[in-house]
Design a protein around this ligand. Sequence first.
Ligand code: PLP
Ligand code: COI
Length: 342
Amino acid sequence: MIHIDWKNLPFGYIKTDYNIRCYYKNGQWGELEIFGSDKVTLHMAATCLHYGQEVFEGMKAFRGKDEKIRIFRCIDNARRMQQSGDYIRMATPPVELFTEAVMQTIRLNERFLPPYESGASLYIRPLLIGIGPTVGVKPAEEYLFLVFVTPVGPYFKTGFKPVNVMISRNRDRAAPLGTGHVKVGGNYAASLLAAEEAQRAGYSTALYLDAKEKKYIDECGPANFFAVRDNTYITPDSQSILPSITNDSLVLLAKDLGIKVERRQVEVSELESFEEAGECGTAAVITPIGKIFDPENNRIYDYGTEAGPVSSRLYHLLRAIQYGDEPDTHNWITIVDPFPRP
Ligand code: PLP
Ligand code: COI
């Protein structure tokens, strides 16, 4: 028996029983292998260490009231890993291999899947790294694809309560023709200082603007930004943000609910006219934004201390689909069949 305080889980790492790995060598992927250790041994000249050949994904599995295990939009995450890896010239796992590795990792660690009532979930972290040695700047010839899982609670301690964020005026997370639209580790390294600066000033994370003009909103920490005005869900269109699968889902759910949707450039000057603001992503789900601070003019945009009505409706509907309480009308869910543990 494991003793985990499911209801108070942070968004952090807990060692589980197994991870799944697969190696790419001589131009092909090998078999899936089961590992108990959470350590990886690397060649000191591996490209992931020197030249940032590293991409990852983030997904969640949920235990339903019916005890079934559901994973959300696995194929979309598999495809995004392919796009990310391809952009930084890596060999990438085929969708079937990705999906099978995710399924097996969940099955092997079923005892770490939080119970339905806890509202927690099992975070799935697929990782792809260049492991072949090179000294010149060029792609590796060998890769490791690895999947691990860890039970998690909300990304922000507050859960579905508003967080305050600070506009980052002096740092960019990504350049317009750079890697912002793919999920490469370097983007997260580039975001650490801005996040720390926001936290030092008392805010949960940084809200990034477009790198060219500092006129438009990009994204918010490791999540997309959205706002609501006049029953319209508004979310930035930008070359330098990650195409969030959660945001895509919210756009479709908003349309289902008769809420208008605008995906377009969003000016900073519009912040004062929004009724609700929030961030969305696998880890963040929907995290409402209470206040946005702009250090350029010391302005604070205030959206209240509770989530607004549109954010709340979307949050509850998305969660209900993920936990199997509402029908999966968009075919986003894959059910994980149980299998005997080795
Ligand atoms: N933007 C960034 C930079 C992220 O790291 C994430 C998390 O994956 C998101 C947005 C949200 O994407 P998704 O909804 O696919 O998790
Ligand atoms: C996710 O939402 O899955 C992310 O990747 C965000 C993060 C914790 C890096």
